[in-house]
Design a protein around this ligand. Structure first.
Ligand code: MG
Length: 310
């Protein structure tokens, strides 16, 4: 599918909206200000001032507006493997992870297979680059994605994470093992069908990735490509990213209910405060069971708790 994105000033946005008014459709995307569906193109005006044209007629429609103003076509700059032409339309198994920077909660990794004939469906379900999506929106979309696509999501809970981290495993190694495992599961599930390519949202150089998993009984190597910002390169990675994120959120919900307090995300000051409270109330072992204990937040929480006690 061909995509063109223009950034237009407000007066042009109003012209666009008025021009396509009779083809208006309701969009589920919370960032969409206006959407219209033509026989061969979908036009979406975002609250950011960007207008996206999708479909076979995208270039033709965009050209009506692109020349009028000093429009900029959006290009995503990525690092990684050179992808084949028309990559976004291929059958791709994508993978991504989340939770690696969060003191509380697990690491989750998901792999998701989107065959060529379902790329359009993924877009229709509302999948975009997950960095543009809110948690609430991803929670809404994820059940549809889990239903529609072959996928595997792995949740590495804190006890296990702390154990292997304590044995000297880096986050890179942990992630590589989980990606390999998730990809393997989906490949087995879809066999004898094979994806045209596998795309991993890159967190390590290829050589380092394979060094981490060299002792695994089954190593996925065939047609594996790496790129940063891969969720913008194929919708399968965007789907994997959403599925991983929602698995993380669901585990955080479960842990929060158990702890009787909403565990905050990230690794900032709010997290230190919450950790200090848990430390004072339930002690160090319990705090450890909820966190990635080697983060600096553990020490900061101890200092805060010490001050409260004092
Ligand atoms: Mg990633």
């Amino acid at each position: 599918m061909s995509n063109t994105v223009l950034k237009l000033p407000e007066e042009s946005l109003l012209q666009v909206i008025s021009h396509y008014q009779k083809n208006q459709i309701q969009s589920k995307n919370p960032y969409a200000r206006f959407s219209a569906k033509l026989p061969d193109a979908v036009v979406t005006v975002y609250t950011s001032g960007k207008v996206m044209f999708q479909g076979n007629g995208a270039a033709r429609e965009a050209a009506k507006w692109g020349a009028a103003e000093s429009a900029v076509e959006k290009t995503v700059s990525t690092k990684g493997d050179k992808l084949p032409d028309g990559f976004a339309k291929l059958s791709v198994l994508g993978s991504d992870e989340t939770g690696t920077g969060d003191f509380f909660g697990p690491i989750t990794v998901a792999a998701c297979y989107v065959p060529a004939d379902k790329v359009e469906l993924a877009h229709e379900l509302g999948v975009k680059d997950s960095k543009q999506l809110t948690d609430a929106w991803m929670r809404q979309v994820a059940p549809d994605l889990r239903e529609a696509f072959a996928h595997k999501v792995l949740t590495l809970k804190n006890d296990k994470y702390n154990k292997v981290q304590g044995q000297g495993w880096s986050q890179g190694k942990i992630k590589a093992l989980l990606h390999n495992q998730a990809l393997k599961h989906v490949l087995h599930e879809i066999a004898p069908e094979k994806p045209d390519a596998i795309l991993i949202d890159q967190f390590a150089e290829r050589g380092i990735y394979y060094k981490h998993i060299k002792e695994e009984p089954e190593i996925i190597r065939e047609n594996v490509l790496f790129s940063t910002k891969a969720e913008g390169l194929h919708v399968s990675v965007a789907c994997a990213s959403i599925i991983a994120r929602v698995a993380f959120l669901e585990e955080m919900d479960r842990m929060s209910a158990e702890a009787g307090v909403t565990l905050p995300k990230g690794a900032g000051k709010i997290v230190d405060e919450a950790a200090a409270k848990i430390l004072l109330k339930h002690g160090e072992e319990y705090l450890k069971s909820l966190t990635k204990v080697h983060f600096a937040n553990t020490g900061k929480a101890k200092v805060l708790a010490g001050k409260r006690r004092g």
